[in-house]
Write a protein that binds this ligand. Structure first.
Ligand code: 3HC
Ligand code: NAI
Length: 694
């Protein structure tokens, strides 16, 4: 075999009349400038080499090309473009077969689509995930894919960005042949040789029209698709741009479609949404890293988990582990509570199975991972214990004192507390190094965020284990320090405070909710309150009747579950502004001597969000978050902050930290200390820097 290097990351292996062009750019074989240059040169060379009759494009390492190199985005283009590479492949004049393992994503799949055929192992996945980065496939993906799989399937792939398993891709026509695991290259070579032997005409996808003709016969297709997905796409620019490109593929000649795609791609690339979404991609990965760790800290093995409390949170938390086959013991005080908890879990799984997302077998398999117990001593074998009992310090301390006596040495003891001081909880044990907070979000089996609360004495390997485990159960772990409400709820409190003040000063709950919904949040603070239940942490006995919430609860308007809260609800739980709430608010304003005024949407937004940015800055300056981007990841994954706005800290910078500071100072002058700017915010503005310099 003759090996020729065409760049640091691309080599050509020739044996007789066969050439394998190989990419080796770990970890994911992204299409860096060096890879593009190597591929272009390699294909130009094999094209010119009359001895070569067939070519396979393959990748070293864990995956086929997983896309363009996102780190190069926004920088000046170097070397050949991806279009140049694809043209070299498509027009090389001999059969090219892509050998796909791992993931062929984005530009990687687009390169594979420029090949004449695709062979994949069953474990491989194909996808055009650009939409998740606020982009569209900018190297012909939107033009070639619908020619191969039809406009409808292409629309789903480009706007959903999901990874399609090889078997499905094969059924769709995206992959031409499935190879045995481990036999990929042999199969791709055999495929290429067969094409030569049979004199198969080279299939250039750009020349195909049959599937497009089908789409042209169904012109309503695109608007139906838009309508069906309007809610999912709300606020995002990229899905619509993707749809327009598929429309262009159907209606324009290939080269014009390519130009249309390129222009649309550049527009998205230079916009703020894609910048935000790319930032989120890297921030999410960054959050898994603990700065300044001493040496190579290994995670502890977690083979068994115990959860104390089978309530709202305990049950949901247990599901995360059962989903990945980790056995869980759920411990309750009374059998009734235990059975209720297990029943809710079963029902959740059965609902998922009814939707076809898991099989009936999966339901039993997952339930089989769960064991109930009424004896705290059952924690003895657990490597990780998660406490999810009532939010009460005395109870938690009692539980941790017992856990300390019962859990095996080296077991990690975690609390799911939302607000309580994890240092204080750890202090009742003789092993505070093993104690930390694992703050799941409700519903715990759904929400992606896991706040990992690092107490003063939490050991490094315990933190590393928690981050590792978060990834294993499909969560995004973010480390927070001990403070009231940690990162997420602490910032939420700042927003809630302003929302409550705004309705007494002149706005109505539905005004505040509308502004935040239009900003891109899934719902506003009052809708959220109604959904969660206004009586969380409220009781008739202790109610002072001083706040709108007190008065609503006293009238048994406790939110959606009682048919009324801030809003009135119909039988389908659709809310409408309530005259009752309005009167309560007007009366309370009058009682407090507040002269109500008209409040602009702009002020509502600034009042709700700038204090959050400011609180985030305080969290950062107090060292309660490692990085500003961690704070953004919390808000995106735990509270539905629109990903296309990058999180509160990213958004604050986009608005301009100087502008945020100026408004905070103005509000402080007129409305007092709630708006006192953080020292960090003041310093950054003075120095003209962003949060990443904090
Ligand atoms: N460019 C640059 N770096 C990338 C990258 C990319 N496309 N994809 C992954 N990386 C980096 C990650 O940042 C990470 O770096 P780190 O170790 O320094 O944190 C490292 O590669 C490993 O990534 P993961 O931790 O995510 O590894 P996994 O094995 O969990 O996942 C993956 C692998 C499924 C490929 C996942 O990384 C992924 O989804 N990557 C992005 C794929 C993508 O979006 N491709 C489209 C890019 S846009 C495009 O192609 C435009 C074109 O149309 C013109
Ligand atoms: P819950 O009231 O629904 O469940 C608590 C369960 O713990 C009850 O079933 C109770 O019987 C059981 N329990 C109490 N003491 C026990 C003991 N000594 N041994 C065994 N079981 C015991 O409460 P929820 O909502 O699940 O909250 C649990 C914890 O999670 C709290 O600390 C809460 O702050 C936190 N949390 C709650 C969130 C939510 O949205 N509900 C979100 C994030 C955290």
């Amino acid at each position: 075999m003759l090996v020729t290097k065409f760049s640091d990351t691309v080599r050509l292996e020739t044996e007789g009349d066969l050439a394998v062009v190989r990419v080796d750019n770990p970890p994911v074989n992204a299409l860096s400038a060096d890879v593009r240059a190597g591929l272009k040169a390699a294909f130009d060379a094999v094209g010119a080499n009359a001895d070569i009759t067939a070519i396979v494009l393959a990748c070293d390492g864990r995956t086929f090309i997983a896309g363009a190199d996102i780190r190069e985005f926004g920088k000046p283009m170097q070397g050949p473009s991806l279009h140049d590479v694809e043209e070299a492949i498509e027009n090389v004049g001999k059969p090219v077969v892509a050998a796909i393992h791992g993931t062929a994503l984005g530009g990687g799949l687009e390169v594979a689509l420029a090949c004449h055929w695709r062979v994949a192992v069953p474990s491989a996945k194909c996808g055009l995930p650009e939409v998740k980065l606020g982009l569209l496939p900018g190297a012909g993906g939107t033009q070639r894919l619908p020619r191969l799989v039809g406009a409808e399937a292409a629309l789903k792939m480009v706007t959903g960005g999901d990874h399609v398993p090889a078997k499905k891709a094969h059924a769709m026509g995206l992959v031409d042949e499935l190879a045995d695991e481990g036999g990929l290259e042999a199969a791709a070579i055999a495929f290429a040789r067969k094409a030569v032997a049979e004199g198969k005409p080279l299939r250039r996808i750009r020349d195909m029209d049959e599937k497009l003709a089908e789409a042209r016969a169904n012109p309503g297709l695109f608007d139906e698709f838009r309508k069906a997905n309007a809610r999912k796409f709300r606020g995002f620019e990229a899905p619509e741009a993707n749809i327009k490109c598929i429309e262009a593929a159907v209606n324009l000649p290939f080269d014009e479609g390519m130009k249309f795609e390129r222009d649309a791609f550049m527009k998205l690339m230079t916009g703020s949404q894609s910048a935000a979404q790319r930032y989120v991609f890297f921030s999410e990965r960054e959050a898994a890293k603990i700065p300044n760790l001493d040496g190579d800290v290994k995670p502890r093995a977690i083979g068994k988990v115990a959860i104390i409390g089978a309530g709202t949170m305990g049950g949901g938390i247990a599901m995360n582990f059962a989903n990945v086959g980790i056995p869980v013991t759920i411990i309750e005080m009374k059998d009734e509570a235990l059975q209720r908890g297990l029943g809710v879990i079963r029902k959740n799984y059965e609902n998922t199975a009814a939707k076809g997302r898991i099989s009936a077998d999966d339901v039993e398999k997952r339930m089989g991972c769960l064991t109930g117990s009424l004896d705290l001593a059952s924690v003895a074998e657990a490597d990780l214990v998660i406490e999810a009992v009532f939010e009460n310090m005395d109870i938690k301390k009692e539980v941790f004192t017992k856990l300390d006596a019962l859990a095996k040495p080296g077991a990690i003891l975690a609390t799911n507390t939302s607000y309580l001081d994890v240092d204080e909880i750890a202090s009742v044990t003789k092993r505070p190094g093993d104690v930390l907070g694992l703050h799941f979000f409700s519903p715990a089996n759904v929400m992606r965020l896991l706040e990992i609360v690092r107490a003063e004495k939490t050991a490094s390997d315990v933190l590393v284990t928690a981050l590792d485990l978060a990834r294993k159960i499909g969560k995004v772990g973010v480390v927070a320090g001990v403070c009231h409400g940690f990162i997420g709820n602490r910032m939420l409190a700042a927003r809630q405070r302003e929302a409550q003040k705004l309705i007494l000063e002149g706005a109505m709950p539905w005004d505040v909710d509308r502004v935040l919904y239009d900003f891109g949040m899934p719902m506003g603070p009052f809708q959220m309150g109604d959904l969660a239940g206004l009586d969380i942490g409220w009781s008739k006995e202790t109610s002072k009747g001083e706040t709108v919430r007190d008065l609503l609860c006293e009238m048994d308007r406790r939110g959606q579950k009682t048919g009324a809260g801030f809003y009135d609800y119909d039988e389908k739980r659709v809310g409408s502004p309530s005259p009752v709430t309005e009167k309560i608010i007007l009366d309370l304003s009058a009682k407090a001597g507040i002269k109500r005024r008209s409040i602009s949407d702009e002020e509502i937004l600034e009042r709700c969000l700038y204090p959050m940015v400011n609180e985030g800055a305080k969290i950062l300056e107090e060292g309660k978050a490692y990085r500003a981007s961690d704070i953004d990841i919390v808000w995106i994954n735990g509270y539905g902050w629109p990903v296309y706005r990058g999180g509160p800290m990213f958004w604050g910078e986009l608005v301009g930290l100087d502008k945020v500071l100026k408004r905070m100072q103005e509000f402080e002058t007129t409305m007092g200390a709630d708006f006192k700017p953080s020292a960090l915010l003041e310093r950054l503005v003075r120095e003209g820097k962003g949060f990443s310099a904090a």
